[in-house]
Write a protein that binds this ligand. Structure first.
Ligand SMILES: [Zn+2]
Length: 264
């Protein structure tokens, strides 16, 4: 059994077979599918999905760093207004900084991230953080809030041992491990062995992206999470049941709102 802590199942890549993809995930052992938001336009399809699959799919809210509209402050204001009482969101995500494709809006990205960190503190929700070529900026932006942060995930971690250590200094934060750990030339297994205890990771797909071996390059989906768990069992040299149990416990620790809402 597992929880996919990061899947974009509501996107158009799944328009032709969303129900089948959900069924495959459940058949593979999915207890829950956590849906990170990307932008304003994706909120409704995401919420619809969470209604269709109540008790299985859970939404987050957040503006992705590569999706900042020109007037992103207005967008953020409208999104923040959705965080009223009884809102369904289990986390602020995915948010963060991405300087890989485009660093021309570095300052805007940092400002948007900072504002959404404040949401997470005010609404007592964990953060699901996207970081690409931005380790320094991510750390520096989080740092002033260190003592008020509500925990969360550094999603799709693929950095060095040094970077892992630095991120894990933030209490209540975990590394999201996905398909990359199965890639042949990945350095991630070594980094995990060296300095990341099993008590600080969760599993994720980031579907439709980053499918694990042997599906690399194809569309990713939540039913492939067991491949990630199998690889983690090798990396940590533990039975896969133990990987399942611990990553599940870690996930419930992060997403407090999930605990009372999981269907049994
Ligand atoms: Zn994502």
């Amino acid at each position: 059994m597992f929880i996919d802590t990061h899947t974009h199942l509501y996107t158009e890549e799944f328009d032709n077979d969303r129900a089948e993809a959900v069924k495959r995930a459940v058949d593979a052992g999915a207890k829950a599918l956590l849906l990170p938001n990307i932008d304003e336009a994706s909120i409704n399809p995401m919420l619809r999905m969470c209604k269709d699959y109540a008790g299985l799919c859970f939404p987050m809210i957040g503006l992705h760093p590569t999706e900042l509209p020109e007037h992103y402050e207005d967008t953020l204001a409208r999104m923040e207004a959705m965080l009223q009482s009884n809102h369904p969101f289990i986390a602020i995500g995915e948010v963060g900084i991405d300087l890989y494709w485009d660093d021309s809006r570095r300052e805007d990205q940092i400002a948007a991230f900072r504002r959404q960190i404040v949401w997470s503190i005010e609404h007592e929700l964990p953060l699901v953080i996207h970081s690409r070529k931005a380790q320094r900026e991510i750390i520096d932006t989080l740092q002033p809030f260190r003592h008020d942060l509500q925990g969360g995930i550094f999603h799709c971690f693929g950095g060095t041992a040094e970077e892992a250590r630095e991120l894990l200094e933030f209490e209540g934060f975990y590394l999201g491990i996905g398909g990359v750990v199965t890639f042949k030339k990945s350095t991630l297994p070594e980094v995990l062995k060296q300095c990341v205890p099993l008590s600080r990771i969760v599993v994720e797909t980031d579907s439709p992206y980053l499918a694990p071996t042997p599906y690399r390059g194809k569309r990713n989906e939540s039913c492939y999470v067991p491949l990630i768990i199998d690889r983690l069992a090798e990396v940590y040299d533990m039975p896969k049941e133990q990987i399942e149990r611990q990553t599940m416990a870690n996930t419930k620790e992060i997403f407090k709102k999930l605990q009372n809402n999981l269907a049994d």
